[in-house]
Ligand binder design. Structure first.
Ligand SMILES: [Zn+2]
Length: 592
C-alpha cells in the first residue's frame, strides 16, 4: 500500500523509547538540552548513543512556525498547570511530551494510565491562540473530561452525536469564535458532513488523538472509524498531531505514525509497569481456580477489580462475592446502563472499599487512585490489554498487586470472542459483491441494507465498509449512504487485499494469545518480560514480581555458596528456606 510518510523502523522507535524512561531521563537534562530530537526515518538502531543524544538541528513544522502557541515555553506550561490545574510538579515524561508539542512537533506519547496524559494537550491548548481538537473513542469519557475542564474554568466544547440541536448550535458557534478552545469530539463526528465545515474553518493548530492505538490493525483494540483520521488531518489543513495511548508495541507505534502521517515525531514512552505494582501469575486449572480466587479475594486489601473475559463469568463472580458477603459491585455488558452507572458510582466513592467484578468494558477513564489489586479471573486477549487493566491498580503510588489466574484453557474463550467480531474471507467477498450489485443499479446503500443483501451481521458489514472506505473504495455521503467509487475490477483487487489483511490480523491475535501464555510461564522477571515486549532492549529485573521474589538478588546469589547437601533450590520452593535461615541467625546467645 502507498503510505504518505516513510515509516519509522522499529529500531528508531526503540531508541527514542528508551530515552523516555525515567531512569535515563533523570541523568540528563533532556528538555533543556534539546531532548525533542527527531526520530530520523530508517536510521539504523543507535544503541551507543542512548545516553547522549546527538544534537541535531531542530526544524520546526509549519504549524509551529505559524506561532500557534505564540512562542510560549515549558515554563509557561508549568505555571499554567499549577494555576489552572493545581498540578505542582509535572511528571518528567509529561513535561517532555508537552515541550515537544509546544515546540511544534508531531508527538506520540505512550504513557500508562496514571501519568496524566490529558494534561499534555490541555495545558498547551490553553496557551494556544487557535482551537485544539481532541478525538476520543468514547462519548462517556468525553462527558467526564468536559465536566472536569469546565470545573477548572477551561474553555471547552463537546461536539458529538448525542447533542441536541440547540446544544450543537451553541457549540458550533463557540467553535466559530476561535481563540483557545478545547473541542472534544469523536472520529465519526469529525468527518460528518454536518460539522466538517465548522472544524475546517476553525483552523485547529493541534489534532490530539486519544487512545491512538485504536488506529492500528496490529493493535489489540482496532476501531475502523480511526482509520480515516489521517485523511481528516489533511482536510483540517494538516495541523500538528499529538497521539496518546497507554500501550503500544513498537509495531503499533510505527503504524500510528504512518497512518496519522506524523512527521519525525517525538516519541515519549514510559515503562508499561510501575514501581509499586507487584506482578504475579498463578497457574490454575478449571478445578482449582474458584477456590484460589475465593481465597485471594478474602485476603487481599480492598478496593480491587476482578476482570473476567465474559459477561457470564463477571456476573457469576459478582454473585459469588455477594453470597460470600464481600462488598462488591458488577459491571458488564449485560447490565443496564443505569445499573452500570450505579455500580461505577458506588465503586468510585472514596469511602467504599468494594471489589468490582467486571469485563473489560469497565475501566476506561476510571481514575480511582487507591485500587489495591487487579485480579484477572480469566485471561485477557493480549498483553496490551493486560497491562492496561492491571495498570489501574495503585495509581496513588502505594504497593498494589496485579494477579493473573492463568488457565491455558481460557485462551480459547478469547479465541472465540475474537472470531465473533471479525469478518471472514467469505463474508468480505459477499459484502463486496453486494456492493457491486448496488453500484450496478447506480444506487448508494446504507450499511444496514448492505448487510441484508450480503447476508452478514451489521457490525461486521460496518467494519468492513469502514476498511474499504479507508483504502478509497467507498465514500459516504451526509446521509451515511455508501457510494462505490472504483471499478469492479479495482474492487475485486482491494477486497482480496482486505481479506488477506484480515487473515493477518487473525494470525496476530493468535500470536498475542501465545505471548500471554509465555508471560504466564516465564521463569524470568515479569516486569522485564513486559518491558521487552513493549520495545525496551535490556530492561532490569524488577525485584518485586513473584519471579524475582523467588530468587535472591543477583549480587547476593553470587556471593552465597550453596550449603552442603543443598542443590540449587527449585524456584517454587526457594523462598521458604531463605526466610528460615535469616531467622536462625537472629537470636544471639548472651556473651556471659
Ligand atoms: Zn521481577
Amino acid at each position: 500500500m502507498n503510505r504518505p510518510v516513510a515509516p519509522l523502523s522499529a529500531g528508531d522507535a526503540l531508541t527514542d523509547t528508551s530515552l523516555g524512561f525515567p531512569s535515563t531521563f533523570s541523568s540528563k537534562p533532556a528538555i533543556e538540552s534539546g531532548y525533542a530530537r527527531h526520530v530520523p526515518q530508517r536510521r539504523k538502531r543507535d544503541t551507543q548513543g542512548e545516553g547522549r543524544p546527538r544534537r541535531r538541528r531542530r526544524k520546526r513544522s509549519a504549524s509551529a512556525a505559524s506561532g500557534s502557541t505564540g512562542g510560549k515555553d515549558l515554563a509557561a506550561a508549568r505555571k499554567l498547570a499549577r494555576k489552572r490545574f493545581g498540578i505542582q510538579r509535572l511528571h518528567p515524561l509529561q513535561a517532555q511530551a508537552m515541550e515537544a508539542v509546544i515546540a511544534g512537533r508531531d508527538t506520540l506519547a505512550v504513557l500508562p494510565t496514571g501519568y496524566g496524559k490529558s494534561l499534555i494537550y490541555q495545558v498547551p491548548a490553553l496557551l494556544a491562540d487557535r482551537p485544539t481538537i481532541v478525538v476520543s473513542p468514547l462519548i462517556a469519557l468525553m462527558v467526564d473530561q468536559e465536566a472536569s475542564l469546565r470545573r477548572r474554568g477551561a474553555p471547552v466544547v463537546r461536539i458529538d452525536s448525542t447533542l441536541r440541536v440547540a446544544e450543537r448550535r451553541a457549540a458550533l458557534a463557540r467553535l466559530a469564535e476561535g481563540g483557545p478552545l478545547i473541542v472534544l469530539t469523536t472520529p465519526e463526528t469529525l468527518e460528518s458532513e454536518a460539522t466538517r465545515e465548522a472544524f475546517v474553518r476553525a483552523q485547529p493548530w493541534l489534532l490530539c488523538v486519544d487512545e491512538a492505538h485504536c488506529i492500528s490493525e496490529w493493535g489489540h483494540d482496532f476501531r475502523p472509524a480511526y482509520l480515516r483520521l489521517g485523511v481528516e488531518r489533511g482536510e483540517l489543513g494538516g495541523p500538528q498531531v499529538l497521539a496518546l495511548t497507554a500501550t503500544a508495541t513498537p509495531r503499533v507505534r510505527d503504524d500510528i505514525a504512518e497512518r496519522l502521517g506524523l512527521v519525525k515525531p517525538a516519541v515519549i514512552a514510559a515503562p508499561p509497569d510501575r514501581a509499586n505494582l507487584r506482578l504475579e501469575v498463578e497457574l490454575v486449572s478449571a478445578a482449582t481456580k474458584d477456590e484460589r480466587a475465593g481465597r485471594l479475594i478474602r485476603r487481599l486489601p480492598r478496593p480491587g477489580i476482578v476482570y473476567c473475559a465474559t459477561t457470564v463469568a463477571a456476573e457469576a463472580f459478582g454473585i459469588a462475592m455477594e453470597r460470600g458477603r464481600i462488598p462488591s459491585a458488577r459491571y458488564h455488558g449485560r447490565r443496564t446502563k443505569a445499573e452500570r452507572e450505579e455500580a461505577q458510582k458506588r465503586f468510585m466513592r472514596p469511602s467504599k472499599k468494594l471489589v468490582m467484578s467486571a469485563t473489560s468494558a469497565f475501566g476506561m477513564g476510571i481514575d480511582k487512585p487507591n485500587i489495591r489489586f487487579v485480579l484477572h479471573y480469566q485471561s485477557p486477549g493480549s498483553l496490551e490489554q493486560y497491562v492496561q487493566e492491571a495498570g489501574r491498580a495503585g495509581r496513588d503510588g502505594k504497593p498494589s498487586r496485579c494477579i493473573l489466574l492463568f488457565d491455558p484453557a481460557d485462551l480459547d474463550i478469547q479465541r472465540h470472542l475474537q472470531q465473533r467480531g471479525r469478518a471472514s474471507a467469505a463474508q468480505i467477498r459477499r459484502i463486496a459483491s453486494a456492493l457491486a450489485a448496488w453500484a450496478g443499479e447506480d444506487r448508494p446503500v446504507l450499511a444496514a441494507d448492505l448487510a441484508l443483501s450480503a447476508n452478514a451481521p451489521v457490525t461486521i458489514t460496518r467494519a468492513t465498509c469502514a476498511q474499504l472506505e479507508g483504502v478509497g473504495v467507498l465514500t459516504r455521503d451526509s446521509k451515511k449512504r455508501l457510494h462505490l467509487v472504483v471499478t469492479k475490477r479495482e474492487l475485486t483487487i482491494r477486497t482480496r487485499d482486505l481479506a488477506r489483511r484480515v487473515a493477518t490480523q487473525q494470525r496476530e491475535d493468535e500470536e498475542r494469545l501465545l505471548t500471554l501464555d509465555e508471560y504466564a510461564r516465564t521463569p524470568g522477571c515479569r516486569s522485564a518480560f513486559l518491558r521487552r515486549y513493549f520495545g525496551e532492549e535490556k530492561p532490569p529485573d524488577c525485584g518485586r514480581c513473584d519471579r524475582c521474589k523467588l530468587r535472591p538478588p543477583r549480587a547476593k546469589r553470587n556471593r552465597k555458596r550453596p550449603r552442603r547437601g543443598e542443590g540449587r533450590p527449585s524456584p517454587e520452593k526457594s523462598d521458604k528456606p531463605r526466610r528460615k535461615r535469616r531467622r536462625r541467625r537472629k537470636p544471639k546467645p548472651p556473651a556471659s
